[in-house]
Write a protein that binds this ligand. Sequence first.
Ligand SMILES: OCN(O)CCCc1ccccc1
Ligand code: NI
Length: 184
Amino acid sequence: MITMNDIIREGHPTLTMVAKEVPIPPSEEDREVLSSLLEYVINSQDPETAAKYGLRPGIGLAAPQINVSKRMLAVNVTDNQGKLYSYALFNPKIISHSIEKAYLTSGEGCLSVDRNVPGFVPRYARVTVRGWDVDGNEVKLRLKGLPAIVFQHEIDHLNGIMFYDHINPSNPFEPIPDAIAIER
Ligand SMILES: OCN(O)CCCc1ccccc1
Ligand code: NI
């Protein structure tokens, strides 16, 4: 199982690399890595397991964060209507997105960043993501709200982008025009 010892931190070069596509159908090794990402996210959200293994809670995790520079991510997050989005995908890609933006009023954090970086992170309000699941089946997701934000955070990791790269350095809390403010 993945623990915090396996998660690399900012300054590690893998976090700013562009990760490689995974051959589909996936190898047994790639299937195990993908499953371990989702396992971490779920474990980290279980208070007993998180306490037992010292896991920092996360609503997503991308393979580069465990020093595997391959295009894989896992998300386990509930939206504001109580719908659970639990996905582990190979080669996820945003194939369309709204013009409208959205941001978390609380800002974002990252398991690979051991510090608070305050500020609004502008994201697309709605995205359509296409990817492949652990069995190699194509998946297409239409996302909005917190799930859309998380998928964009994770897909950024596959392109070597950190959440704070999007924060306005001169005014981190500058209002984002016409954007949806998402309270958490
Ligand atoms: O890459 C995953 N990760 O570092 C865990 C935190 C994920 C996350 C936190 C806030 C907003 C979007 C995504
Ligand atoms: Ni992150």
